[in-house]
Design a protein around this ligand. Structure first.
Ligand SMILES: *Cc1c(COP(=O)(O)O)cnc(C)c1O
Length: 413
């Protein structure tokens, strides 16, 4: 493993691969198909030799990005997908079968929750548990349990699972442990630190960071013993067993779902990835200042942010993430405030979905990302109508504070 720092390795990764003409960026390869002088070579690539055949199974540009994310997550291999959701779906649909049982955190991104519904229709049993408590995860285990899936910091409630405790237990039980690391990301903590077998990152969020490309990545940390996994097809049970899981996720996942990342997206995401630590430090500092300000305002009922001492998993976040707490805030306005009128008063923040962008973004949760599930389900999940999700960007801190100050001033209390 490299002795260099996080950023040093990322910014020099392409050059070290020996790119043509000394290019410091991996060139953008738009070709859909790859041709060979020797027919045997063509066959070899189809039979498992590393190389390129058709861009749905990857290009040199996506491969260069995979190498960077593997490095960032301290893993052994990665495979890229068209979006974070494609990456998550690929894990579920290539590794789970009818009759399997999946344990999942109940604090889960709404779109992932939607996939869980689809999985259940295909005969996979799903238990949703409070993963902030490892005992609840343990209690859900059945003889058919194949996988445990959690988010590092949950979107939008910012709950922090007992990542280390669950990792320890999954190791003892030989269970495949998958962490969606999108919200905190590999700079705050590579998921291998918590003994995850597989890591998912939505690169559309802070790794890309510029809000101009979608992508998802699955990374194998090398910790899971694929020989113990019953659902690896014979075709992928060849060679070093450490590579079996990724072979199946890549081959089957990209082929069956077809959600491949384009070279163009890979290039944009790779450029964004170079500044992840710089952006995260500014984002986390802005988010903490904003949380500390908002929590003191009478117009605000609650602020959910792991950096506040009042957050139920504040100590855990401090232990895990070296004093940084991410860029996502959930803020509940006083019920007397019309959430739409309030949002319309903001000038600096963009009224928009998405996370981890350079720009600060805000949206009313109940009316947007949690609208489809209905009022009853929202009440069960504690999602109030006045709940805002704020994704903090890299702007100057005082501009963000001033924007909220002037909007709150319209509601004297
Ligand atoms: C956004 C997000 C995803 C999905 O990523 P896309 O690239 O938008 O498909 C998955 N998990 C979490 C926690 C997210 O915030």
């Amino acid at each position: 493993m490299s002795k260099n720092g996080f950023t040093t390795d990322v910014v020099h990764a392409d050059r070290r691969m020996g790119t043509e003409h000394g290019a410091v960026h991996q060139p953008l390869h738009p070709s859909s198909e790859y041709a060979f002088k020797d027919a045997r070579e063509l066959a070899a690539v189809f039979q498992g030799k590393s190389g390129f055949s058709y861009a749905r199974q990857g290009t040199p540009t996506t491969a260069a990005l995979e190498q960077k994310v593997t490095q960032m997550e301290q893993g052994v291999a990665s495979v890229s997908f068209a979006s974070g959701m494609a990456a998550i779906s690929a894990i579920f649909f290539t590794l789970l079968r009818q009759g399997d049982h999946l344990i999942c955190s109940k604090y889960i991104f709404g779109n992932t929750n939607s996939v869980l519904g689809t999985l259940q229709q295909f005969g996979v049993e799903v238990s949703l548990v409070d993963a902030t408590d490892v005992e609840q995860v343990k209690a859900a285990k059945k003889s058919t349990t194949r996988m445990v899936f959690v988010e590092a910091i949950a979107n939008p409630g910012t709950q922090l699972a007992d990542l280390a405790g669950i990792g320890e237990w999954c190791g003892d039980e030989q269970l495949l442990y998958v962490i969606d690391n999108t919200l905190s990301g590999p700079y705050l903590a590579p998921a291998k630190q918590f003994k995850a077998g597989l890591v998912v990152n939505s690169l559309s969020k802070s790794i890309g960071g510029h809000g101009h490309a979608l992508g998802g990545m699955v990374t194998d940390t090398g910790l899971f013993d694929w020989e113990s996994y019953p659902h690896i097809f014979d075709a992928y049970r060849v060679g070093n067993s450490q590579a079996w899981g990724m072979a199946q996720i890549k081959k089957k996942g990209l082929r069956d779902m077809g959600a491949a990342m384009s070279s163009d997206a890979a290039h944009r995401l790779a450029v964004g990835a170079e500044t992840l630590p710089l952006r995260m430090r500014q984002i986390c500092s802005n988010a903490l200042s904003l949380a500390q300000f908002l929590v003191q305002q009478p117009q605000v009922v609650a602020v959910h942010y792991p950096g506040l001492a009042s957050h139920p998993q504040h100590q855990r976040a401090t232990d895990y993430f070296q004093g940084l707490y991410g860029g996502l805030l959930a803020v509940e306005l006083h019920p007397s405030i019309d959430v739409f009128d309030f949002l319309n008063r903001l000038n600096v923040l963009a009224l928009s979905t998405h996370l981890g962008d350079n720009r600060s973004l805000v949206l009313p949760v109940a009316h947007t990302i949690y609208y489809e599930m209905g009022a009853k389900q929202r009440a069960l999940m504690g999602i109030a109508d006045g709940l805002l999700r704020i994704s903090v960007g890299i702007e100057e801190t005082q501009d963000l504070l001033a924007d909220f100050k002037q909007a709150l001033a319209a509601y004297p209390m």
